[in-house]
Design a protein around this ligand. Sequence first.
Ligand SMILES: NC(=O)C1=CN([C@@H]2O[C@H](COP(=O)(O)OP(=O)(O)OC[C@H]3O[C@@H](n4cnc5c(N)ncnc54)[C@H](O)[C@@H]3O)[C@@H](O)[C@H]2O)C=CC1
Ligand SMILES: O=C(O)[C@@H]1CCC=N1
Length: 273
Amino acid sequence: MTDLRAATPLVLVGAGKMGGAMLAGWLENGLDPKGVVLIDPAPPPEMAELIAGRGMTHVTAPPSDLKAAVIVVAVKPQVADAVLPGLAGLVGPGTVVVSVAAGKTLERLEAGIGPAAIVRSMPNTPAQVGRGITVAVANGRVTTPQKVLVTALLAAVGKVEWVAEEALIDAVTAVSGSGPAYVFHLVEAMAEAGRRAGLPDALAEKLARATVEGAGELLYQSPLDPATLRKNVTSPNGTTAAALAVLMGEAGLQPIMDAAVAAAARRSRELAG
Ligand SMILES: NC(=O)C1=CN([C@@H]2O[C@H](COP(=O)(O)OP(=O)(O)OC[C@H]3O[C@@H](n4cnc5c(N)ncnc54)[C@H](O)[C@@H]3O)[C@@H](O)[C@H]2O)C=CC1
Ligand SMILES: O=C(O)[C@@H]1CCC=N1
């Protein structure tokens, strides 16, 4: 079983919301902070604190004297093309590059960093609490041991799926990469609907948040599928049935979700550049 020590030296390029969430998860799971080199000219303040507190090396540009075991590229897709060529010097014969950038194809990544073992992946921010899910696709240069190493790294912050067909990553991005935002928006919408139904602000927010937290945890712990869990809430001719007649109706959630996921997948394809 590959442990996270094999991932060092690990160079994390960009410690913002996604890179920072993964880094927090890795440290929680035993990655040696001394083996981490963070490249970020302007990490968010909470990351700067974590970096200093855990003794990680922090630089603002790629060092010239290092070959990485793993390079995780977690900068915005819009800056990836500019950043990638500067990382080429960190690539040695054993290095595997893992990109989390939305839209950036394996071909585009290789055009930027040069010939290398590259994994294109799509994680999500629940990685911060070890409950992310990442889908990954490898180029032809990734060896089996590198795939095992990347799996260990990604598995330290949640579930991992590999796909052989790169085109699936756009839909993956639209469902699980962006998906946490849809769930957080559901909380906002439920709270707002509660306020409009007469609840005081604080109570509406508390009820919406606790309901999604609890339903998520129940889904996590239960062996039942979501449809069964939904039916377990729904008494015949009761209040839930009345609400679901709206949510599952013709103008309900499904067509809205279809449109949202299609829009995100389209944007992912555009971000290829
Ligand atoms: N936020 C999310 O939920 C998810 C984001 N992603 C992907 O993760 C990547 C990063 O997104 P976020 O973390 O949300 O953005 P962010 O803006 O929070 O983080 C980007 C980080 O990159 C740093 N950076 C900028 N220029 C740099 C450079 N030249 N060298 C090194 N670091 C540099 C910034 O200072 C910042 O800390 C994007 O490609 C995005 O598509 C993927 C899955 C989910
Ligand atoms: O919004 C974005 O583009 C990134 C990719 C998936 C989640 N956040």
